[in-house]
Design a protein around this ligand. Sequence first.
Ligand code: ZN
Length: 131
Amino acid sequence: MSQTQEATRTDDATTWTCANCGVRATRMPGFGTGRPSGWTNEKGEISCLLCRRAAAGERGVEAAEPTSGEKMVRIRTASVIEFELNRDADRSNSVIANVCHTSVPTVIKVRNGLGFAAAPAPKKARARSKS
Ligand SMILES: [Zn+2]
């Protein structure tokens, strides 16, 4: 067995390959330990965050059985937002909107609809220095 194959099987690994899309992540020595944030290892099958988001959207669409394409897009987006809220609801609405490629009002609507606590207030931009 090669070292790369072994590395994908343990949390001591420094290299991970997504079983779905094949993307590879490598951790540089001295920069933390464990899988990249948002990656999972379920029964030896490693999934990257992008594939997990896509799967969450598809599960939502399959469960809802939408009748139109527009409705399907909205259901998929809401499912991905729900996935991100379950990952970490303490992030701001704008951060979640950015990773879900949607608008802040859409995130707020899903957040409120699912009963998640309101997002923390966004950090104020630093005042411009006078020069
Ligand atoms: Zn992937």
